[in-house]
Design a protein around this ligand. Structure first.
Ligand SMILES: *Cc1c(COP(=O)(O)O)cnc(C)c1O
Length: 368
């Protein structure tokens, strides 16, 4: 089965094979292995030794996003979260339930956030200490220009790069305003799910100790633990096999030419999909200019017989799995361009979409 979802993504067989072992995470052989992974992650984020730290946390993207908010935004304090889509809403909920005060800023679901609008919202409220932004908004498919916005706003910034990291460029050394860039093993890094990471400036981790009001979700505590017990040690039991698979995923990432190589392949996948579904008479939700390389939402045929689950089930019979829900206002279906997917696989998928529309009795040309 080929997963065309925005994570967990289709992985290479070498990555899955690396899960097939027993590992003791406290063993002396595991420690240098694990600290080397942290070092490689730090490098990909543009972090510098002694200035930045790579902080792994067991679990998923929500956990690391909440940990970043808890660590850097003091309880009761405000953060501006431009409402770019479903994942910005999730960030806002994480902040609210952690006792922080998310301040929304309306953003069109079919356009990039305007740097001037973000700056104006922050200027209007000097009590807002942080900007929280989703880099690649998985709900809409828009990649926002977070590096440019972050550099312009003059506040501390938390970047949800969960569906961007590894494909979209971000150099934390060039952004002293960034407190945390957060991401997981299982999206553009093409590992399996189970471990999340934050890359943060050490100076800020020191300054923000005590904010989190949580032991599990405190990035400053993860940093302190590394200082005390070494960069090869975990506070709590880690998903050791997932880390083993992640090491293989990092090797494959390097072999592909790192972030630029990955972005090029995902962009090629997106183009094949975007142009292919249009040729079938379907309409993507975003204009070409706004369409990011990570995920494409495609408008459902305007037909009362349309049933997303029936469409998903039919695609599955042909070996492709897509999401059975959508995050857009209009009914749509969403297709991920990330993972161990090539343009050739995407061409096959487009052909299958055409076949399935036929099987389900949709006249493709009238579909749009
Ligand atoms: C997937 C995703 C998350 C959440 O990740 P989980 O691992 O499902 O918790 C957060 N933000 C963005 C932008 C995502 O794409």
């Amino acid at each position: 089965m080929i997963l065309l979802i925005p994570g967990p993504v289709t992985t290479r067989p070498e990555v899955r094979a690396a899960l097939n072992c027993d590992l003791a995470p406290w063993d002396n052989d595991f420690r240098p292995f694990y600290s080397a992974i942290r070092q490689r992650v730090l490098r990909i984020a543009g972090g510098r030794d002694g200035e930045h730290a790579a902080l792994p946390l067991q679990g998923c993207g929500h956990f690391i996003t909440e940990a970043a908010i808890r660590t850097f935004v003091p309880p009761g304090k405000k953060l501006l979260i431009p409402s770019t889509g479903a994942y910005a809403e999730r960030m806002a909920r994480l902040a609210r339930e952690a006792g922080r005060v998310p301040v929304p800023l309306p953003v069109s679901p079919v356009a990039r956030a305007e740097p001037a609008a973000v700056a104006a919202a922050l200027e209007a409220d000097p009590e807002i200490g942080h900007l929280g932004m989703v880099y690649s908004e998985t709900g809409t498919g828009v990649v926002h220009d977070v590096p440019a916005i972050a550099a312009a706003v003059g506040r501390r910034v938390i970047v949800d790069a969960v569906s961007a990291f590894g494909a979209c460029p971000l150099d934390i050394s060039a952004h002293p305003e960034i407190d945390a860039v957060v991401f997981t093993s299982n999206k553009c890094m093409e590992g399996v799910p189970g471990i999340a990471f934050a890359v943060c400036p050490i100076e800020r981790l020191m300054a923000c100790a005590g904010n989190a009001a949580s032991w599990s979700l405190d990035l400053a505590d993860i940093y302190r633990h590394a200082l005390r017990h070494g960069w090869g040690s975990f506070r709590f039991t880690p998903p050791a096999q997932v880390l083993n698979a992640f090491k293989t995923a990092l090797d494959l990432f390097d072999a592909e030419g790192g972030q630029p190589g990955r972005l090029a392949r995902y962009t090629a996948n997106m183009r094949v999909l975007y142009d292919g579904v249009r040729a079938l008479g379907l309409r993507p939700c975003l204009s070409q200019e706004m369409q990011g390389p990570i995920i494409v939402n495609i408008q459902a045929p305007d037909d009362p017989r349309w049933d997303l689950q029936a469409f998903v089930d039919a695609l599955k019979r042909h070996g492709f799995l897509i999401s059975n829900f959508y995050d857009t206002e209009m009914p749509s279906f969403r297709v991920g361009c990330i993972g161990a997917i090539t343009p050739e696989i995407m061409r096959r998928f487009v052909a299958v979409v055409g076949e399935v529309l036929g099987e389900l009795g949709f006249n493709r040309r009238q579909a749009a």
